[in-house]
Ligand binder design. Structure first.
Ligand SMILES: O=c1ccn([C@@H]2O[C@H](COP(=O)(O)O)[C@@H](O)[C@H]2O)c(=O)[nH]1
Ligand SMILES: [Zn+2]
Ligand SMILES: [Zn+2]
Length: 241
């Protein structure tokens, strides 16, 4: 399984695009989150929307869903196709009512299913998205009373999306066989709604060695050599996980 970060930046980063990723396996290309900067970043990578087989959403923040309106419009009016949208069942109504409805509605198109082939996902239940690509949604803490999900791929690759620090969960995942963790990282403390670098540095060495940092601020270069045993994911680079 390959992963390419379309962006590695925090919500307010300007040197880095929104923290969105492409997971590629057996000829299947899954977009993980579709933020405000995604359409331009994807274009700069030489890719266009029809080359994406499905999109998966972690939670309703602009750097994770802000590019969906353009995705939907381009697919409908430029390519006459309905993209597959994998999304937790708890996020379906808020995604339409609170984010997309205003921009996308034009009678008779007035619901999420008019634009996307919606595939609801249940948390804590494995599902094969494509042959060779199994996913489990793990609900993690990010914003109070706002559902947010991390992703476990093929039982071995954990992608935090946006979450607060949870050392107990990371310990459990590693003990269960997770070999690679991509974790959001807020460089300055306190993390508040993300894991801070200071918190991540408290992880035991064996977990740190499996951990790569993403969703970072523009100051990341100043932190090179100061991330313990954790490595930094580079924007646009491709990794085998
Ligand atoms: O209580 C809060 C809520 C949000 N923030 C900041 O806003 C961004 C939201 O974007 P993410 O998708 O969560 O990255 C977050 O990074 C915080 O910087 C906050 O500080 N406190
Ligand atoms: Zn974010
Ligand atoms: Zn968020």
């Amino acid at each position: 399984m390959h992963i390419r970060m379309v962006g590695t930046g925090s919500a307010f980063a300007k040197k880095y695009d929104n923290n969105n990723a492409l997971i590629e396996t057996n000829g299947f290309r899954l977009l993980v989150d579709c933020g405000i900067t995604l359409p331009k970043a994807l274009h700069q990578m030489g890719l266009s929307f029809p080359e994406i087989d499905a999109v998966l959403i972690s939670h309703i923040h602009g750097d994770h869903v802000g590019g969906l309106e353009e995705f939907a419009f381009q697919m409908m009016f430029k390519y006459s196709r309905k993209p597959v949208l994998f999304i937790a069942e708890t996020l379906i109504e808020p995604l339409w009512e609170h984010t997309l409805r205003g921009g996308l509605t034009q009678e008779p198109l007035n619901k999420l299913d008019d634009f996307f082939d919606v595939r609801p996902l249940e948390a804590n239940k494995e599902i094969e998205l494509h042959p060779g690509l199994i996913i489990e949604l793990v609900q993690t803490k990010h914003i109070l009373n706002k559902p947010s999900y991390s992703f476990l791929f093929n039982r071995r690759f954990f992608y935090s999306a946006d979450m607060r620090f949870d050392g107990g969960l990371l310990r459990k995942l590693v003990d269960q066989g997770v070999s690679t963790i991509y974790h959001d990282c807020q460089l300055e403390s306190p993390g508040v709604v993300h894991a801070s670098l200071e918190e991540l540095l408290t992880l035991p060495e064996d977990i740190q060695r499996k951990t790569w940092l993403m969703h970072y601020g523009d100051a990341i270069e100043q932190y090179e050599g100061r991330t313990g045993h954790m490595r930094i994911v580079e924007q646009y680079a491709s990794y085998e996980v």
